[in-house]
Design a protein around this ligand. Structure first.
Ligand code: GYE
Length: 311
């Protein structure tokens, strides 16, 4: 109504506004890119971004969010490490009239506790990866090992579900082992080493599906260390589209990735600006694109393009 318009008129743009960003940490190349894009988008708009790195711990995120509320920030961006346990602190933000925008991961909480969520369709990402593998193996029998993301995170839950949907109805494909690699390169490598040992040095494995590229890059190293060829002896499919996976594709060591833009902040700031200007309610879910890349899609060019953007 009119009073809402009048009371929000002071927020004509984001310049000079203090906005808190509770980031998960720096577990992956994608995460590092998201952090740097968010900082540079904020700078472009003249936003005074207060950045808090939670080192993978929800309790640190909750502490940071309470700090932002106490400071009276104009808005809070949160990349939620896990899906559950947000209701209390988000209610505190709501009571303080501070809009919250979720970045890149979803939560299990009432939707009125956040203004909007900017993220990909993570079930779709998994489905695209699974459907790619179905096409790649044809009628061949294919035993798949899966490297899951952080336990309890929305991308780990949804990418698992989506992949299972993607391979459903194709009895020649089956997931024989599945374990978390916490979205990191080091754990991806370690868990893959275990899979290889358990499966006759890797001879029983046809493909590895990793919930992100960093774990795939770790798995590629483990496969090479075991004396097998990633990309041919064992197919490698993952999600993110970071420069390193394109480099692996150029080397013939990775087969497919589903791109996830690190620019979640651009749409988030646009939605926030409109909301603070005249109360415009954004879509509840702003969904970014999920595009498949394979070695046919100019991996060197894709690598160069991302490096040019500073990822
Ligand atoms: O794919 C992964 C990161 O939350 C969707 O988190 C994001 C995921 C991303 O660590 O690399």
């Amino acid at each position: 109504g009119v009073s809402a318009l009048l009371s929000s008129a002071a927020y004509a743009d984001l310049s000079g506004k203090v906005i808190g960003f509770s980031q998960i940490g720096s577990e992956s190349g994608w995460r590092a890119a998201e952090t740097s894009v968010t900082k540079s988008e904020a700078e472009k708009l003249g936003v005074d971004l207060k950045f808090a790195d939670a080192q993978q711990k929800q309790e640190n995120q909750i502490k940071a969010i309470r700090g932002f509320i106490a400071q009276g920030v104009a808005a809070i961006l949160i990349a939620p490490v896990v899906a559950t346990g947000w209701e209390e602190v988000l209610t505190e933000a709501k009571e303080a009239n501070i809009p919250v925008i979720l970045l890149d991961r979803g939560i299990d909480a009432p939707q009125d506790l956040y203004l909007t969520s900017v993220a990909s369709d993570q079930v779709k990402e998994g489905r695209v990866a699974g459907e790619w593998l179905v096409g790649a193996v044809g009628d061949k029998e294919c035993k798949v090992v899966e490297l899951q993301g952080t336990v309890g995170s929305s991308p780990a839950i949804n990418r698992k579900q989506g992949f299972e949907e993607g391979i459903k109805g194709h009895a020649n494909l089956s997931i024989i082992r599945s374990q978390t690699g916490d979205f990191t390169r080091a754990k991806g490598k370690e868990v893959m080493e275990g899979f290889l040992k358990a499966e006759d040095g890797g001879k029983g494995i046809c493909a590895v599906y990793a919930h992100n590229d960093d774990m795939a890059v770790g798995a590629i190293q483990a496969i090479k260390d075991a004396g097998l060829k990633p990309g041919s002896d064992i197919l490698v499919v993952s999600i993110d589209g970071v420069p390193d996976i394109f480099q692996a594709m150029v080397a013939g060591e990775a087969n497919a990735t589903v791109e996830l833009t690190p620019n979640m902040a651009g749409p988030a700031f646009a939605a926030l600006d409109a909301y603070l200007t005249d109360g415009t309610q954004p879509e509840k879910f702003i969904i970014t694109e999920s595009k498949l890349y394979t070695p046919k899609d100019d991996p060197q060019g894709e690598y160069d393009r991302r490096k040019g953007l500073g990822y």
